[in-house]
Design a binder for this molecule. Structure first.
Ligand code: XMP
Length: 315
């Protein structure tokens, strides 16, 4: 484990050396990029500007939540609304790697425009060790292309700066706590957002479905945590499956689809255990998802696979 104070001093000194002028920061509201953003602001002051992109693939209420979080963290930031750009880029794409590549490219093109406006060619990212380890390279197999690593187009005009490259998640959390970032124990959320929690093609309708299901999982798990009936899991979310399946509503058979619920315990996301959760919690989640998405989601499954052999996310 690193010493957070020494790490911060060192990272700020390195950022000052690496960035002579201005920089923009790709800020998603997650712990990694918020930590990278605060370190950069400490190094550069008002020569740094965080950009939060509303991809249209965020969780329910996330734009408001992240904006509030940044205000509390005293970050200088802009919100960029770009749902149409992302949905358009993902049209007809079912392959998980291709989704990540297109999302990565859309992000970079937006950041290139923002960097031009701000008068810089430096982009700070909150990439951490598992991102590039899992994205492969000459010595490793690609487990998945993280949108902020392998999803970057070859002809990108920006120079990347990655102050957290060597850290693991628990180390980033220690640094975040040291920097006074509020709620540093938030669950991780992947940069490509709900797109990697939708098996098959991404459409506005399918984003809406997974967003509703995901919010129900979050609400019910958080309610159980507050009530003391569940230890806070590492991650808890819903995945929309690419299947057609039969259900009944009233006297009618309907063709709908299925959602898988994933609740895992982990320390650093490199391995994870599917959590043993109370049956009543799962029943309530299934009941709410099938009721609040009547006729659309007719089946709810609980994923009991550990990592390995499965990954935490489905894609
Ligand atoms: P997996 O699914 O590989 O996930 O077991 C490990 C951790 O990384 C998160 N994750 C991502 N984060 N971009 C990200 O920023 C991605 O493409 C991505 N894929 C997975 C995942 O939520 C878990 O915490």
């Amino acid at each position: 484990m690193i010493d957070p104070a020494a790490f911060c001093d060192d990272a700020i000194a390195r950022l000052k050396r690496e960035i002579p002028g201005r920089a923009i920061i790709a800020a998603s509201g997650g712990i990694d990029s918020t930590t990278a953003a605060l370190l950069t602001e400490r190094a550069l002051g008002d020569r740094a500007r965080s950009i939060f992109v509303d991809t249209g693939l965020l969780r329910a209420g996330e734009v408001e939540r992240v904006s509030e979080f940044f205000e509390k963290s005293h970050l200088r930031f802009d919100v960029l609304h770009a749902s149409d750009r992302f949905l358009h880029a993902l049209e007809g794409v079912a392959d998980p790697e291709e989704k990540r590549r297109r999302i990565g490219e859309t992000f970079i093109r937006l950041f290139e425009t923002e960097a031009d406006k701000f008068g810089t060619d430096r982009l700070v990212q909150g990439t951490i060790a598992p991102d590039w380890i899992e994205s492969g390279g000459s010595l490793r197999d690609t487990i998945k292309t993280h949108h902020n690593v392998g999803g970057i187009p070859k002809d990108m005009r920006l120079k990347l700066v990655e102050p957290l490259r060597d850290l693991y998640k628990d180390e980033v959390r220690a640094v975040a706590r040291h920097l006074g970032i509020p709620s540093a124990e938030r669950q991780p959320f992947p940069g490509p957002g709900l797109a990697v929690r939708i098996g098959g093609p991404v459409t506005a309708d399918r984003v809406r479905q997974v967003r509703v299901a995901n919010a129900i999982v979050e609400q019910e798990v958080e309610r159980a945590v507050s009530a003391g009936t569940l230890v806070r899991p590492w991650q808890y979310f819903a995945v929309l499956l690419p299947v057609r399946t039969v259900g009944v509503t009233g006297d009618n058979r309907v063709h709908g689809t299925a959602v898988s619920v994933r609740i895992v315990e982990s320390v650093d996301a490199m391995t994870a255990t599917a959590m043993e959760v109370p049956r009543a919690l799962l029943s309530r989640i299934a009941e709410r998802i099938t009721r609040e998405l009547t006729g659309e989601i007719v089946r709810v499954l609980y994923d009991i696979t550990d990592k390995p052999p499965a990954t935490i996310e489905w894609e």
